[in-house]
Design a protein around this ligand. Sequence first.
Ligand code: PMP
Ligand code: GLN
Length: 383
Amino acid sequence: LVARMRGFGETIFAEMSALAVRTGSVNLGQGFPDEPGPAGVLDAAVDAIRAGANQYPPGPGTPELREAVAAQRAERYGLSYDPATEVYVTVGATEGIAASVLALAGPGDEVIVFEPYYDSYAAVIALAGAVRRPVTLRPVEGRFTFDPDELRAAVGPRTRAILVNSPHNPAGTVFTRDELEAVAGVCREHDLVAITDEVYEYLTFDDAEHIPLATLDGMRERTVSVSSAGKSFSVTGWKTGWVTAPAPYVRAVQTVKQFLTYAVSAPYQLAAAYALRNEIPWVEELRKSLQAKRDRLVTGLEAAGFTAYRPQGTYFVQADIRPLGFTDGMELARALPEKAGVVAIPTQVFYDHAEAGAHFVRFAFCKRDEVIDEAVERLARLR
Ligand code: PMP
Ligand code: GLN
């Protein structure tokens, strides 16, 4: 294995899901729903296969999906993108982010990330030969946020891009307009590109609102926005995502992406287009149901003795393990199946500053109520 990828090992999601299967534990680790997506969307994929959408689709994506994505960005956020030149379909958001980073950052360049960061960010920055500069999200009055001075201090002469994930996994923060303004200010001042990960764009709770960074002044022209169908429509296994950006950035992404995977599974693109056009009301119901599940899990974790951070979005809760007498989340996550029959994700693997994250574990609540209840009952035995 090449030096720059040493230390990445197996992803924590694979490790923890395998552990859940091996031990028969309730899996609140890897974030995937245990209920199906909208029936119409599932039918659309089957219909597309039967109708013969089984050969290579166009590299940039099927026109149906590119047009549906452009329409969604326009209707929901007032952002206008040309489906022919400013939308590109990728193998999930993961490939969209990877191709963007590989296209925009080279050896020795720096990319700013907010830690805890989604694990693929660190790996793909390393693949690019670039260096990550983490800015830490810390709890302030029950919500994870960053210090704008720390963000400004992270910028150097080699900084090329900032990766911004909102709604944020695993912190659960939905960045406010003020927070996004701080990011935008840094991007404008230092001529940086923003790469946004908006996979949880629909999954926001209470009065939190997802604001795409590209909608801020001067940002559309320097933002590569990434999203996907997996979370919105409960089809995480479909790995169908997209990038929207000004044409020169899309061309840069294309140059990389076409040699990673060339194209994306045709039937899922057609089904994702159908989903964006027809199933937003379904997503609104999902959102409401997830908000109730969030509260169910937070209440249960608190009763079990954790300090739980109620997220504004996503389907994850960060929980502080110290009130239960534990200090190392990795140690606890590895012992949890035996101690309680539950699997969680040790968030410390998403931090460079281990001390900022050592005492957190992440629980997913995109699960049936009885699964959440069973997990919470088991966790109550930890005391
Ligand atoms: N970004 C974040 C923040 C995620 O939680 C996930 C997990 N699905 C992804 C990206 C990957 O999305 P996809 O499955 O569309 O590649
Ligand atoms: N996004 C999911 C999570 O955070 C898992 C994705 C994966 O398995 N790579 O749990």
